[in-house]
Design a protein around this ligand. Structure first.
Ligand code: SAM
Length: 254
């Protein structure tokens, strides 16, 4: 998969892409990530990428022409990418969107700065607008990195264990079960006995029940979207968690 990231601060992206799983994915050729400095596509001696807003008001607005030229360059280099503008006004990024993006061959991410980008960028140059949450960042670079990270780890062969992503929080619908490692006792709290006995069926049952409990306590609204298998329903009822099924079956979800 290929990512192109358009930004006026490409150096911000360097270190996060040089570490851990993302770096390995790049080294293994599973992803290619190209960054483009929007300033390189600006006209004139001063390569201006922003200007004052028409109508007055605070801050600066990113001009449309350098972004258009940078996008044309990417389209020439690698045609057909889905162009995504990072903006707090976009659709909320979630695991389902990450999975959809992971099925694409090419994403082009446009990072805004200052007061954001000229409205005509949004209207004419991008296919989708994505927000990473209801708060305001100083720029789209961290949001672009969030997308790159969440999408890359879903690509085939990127994670060490191919079955780990589908069991993650959100991927199966709810939160992941609690996990423990050595030592067996920490702060007077012991690891649940069932996880130590090697009985895989009992461990799977404990994990299902713990994951559903965790979801009911912390994110009950997620339960409405989960479809449990009949075997799982039996286990949940046995553990007095029929209420979780009630919510799952509730018309319209939560
Ligand atoms: N003035 C804009 C508004 O009120 O909607 C906010 C501009 S923000 C300071 C500058 C840039 O940061 C945006 O153009 C966008 O690229 C990025 N950004 C800020 N918050 C974001 C978020 N929650 N999700 C995605 N991108 C965000």
């Amino acid at each position: 998969m290929r990512f192109d990231i358009l930004t006026i601060f490409p150096d911000l992206l360097v270190s996060p892409l040089r570490e851990g799983i993302i770096r390995r994915a790049i080294d293994d050729g599973k992803v290619e990530i190209a960054t483009h400095n929007i300033r390189d596509f600006a006209q004139g001696r001063h390569a201006v990428t922003d200007d004052r807003p028409f109508g007055g008001g605070e801050g600066m607005v990113m001009k449309p022409e350098p972004i258009a030229a940078a996008l044309a360059h990417v389209e020439h280099e690698a045609p057909g990418g889905l162009v995504v503008l990072l903006t707090p006004q976009g659709r909320a990024f979630d695991q389902a969107m990450a999975e959809r993006f992971a099925g694409l061959a090419h994403l082009v991410l446009v990072c805004g700065r200052y007061e954001g980008v000229d409205e005509r960028v949004r209207a004419h140059l991008v296919h989708e607008e994505v927000s990473i949450g209801d708060y305001i960042l100083t720029g789209g670079e961290l949001a672009a990195l969030v997308l790159v990270d969440a999408v890359t780890r879903l690509l085939p062969g990127v994670l060490g264990h191919p079955d780990s992503a589908p069991r993650d929080t959100f991927s199966w619908g709810g939160l992941k079960y609690p996990q423990y490692t050595r030592p067996r006792v920490f702060n007077n709290e012991a690891v649940p006995e069932v996880l130590l006995n090697g009985d895989h069926a009992a461990i799977a049952e404990w994990r299902l029940v713990a994951a559903v409990r965790q979801t009911m306590e912390r994110r009950p609204e997620l339960l409405g979207r989960i479809r449990f298998l009949p075997t799982e329903e039996r286990i949940l009822k046995k553990h007095g968690l029929g209420a979780a099924l009630g919510r799952a079956a509730a018309p319209g979800g939560d």
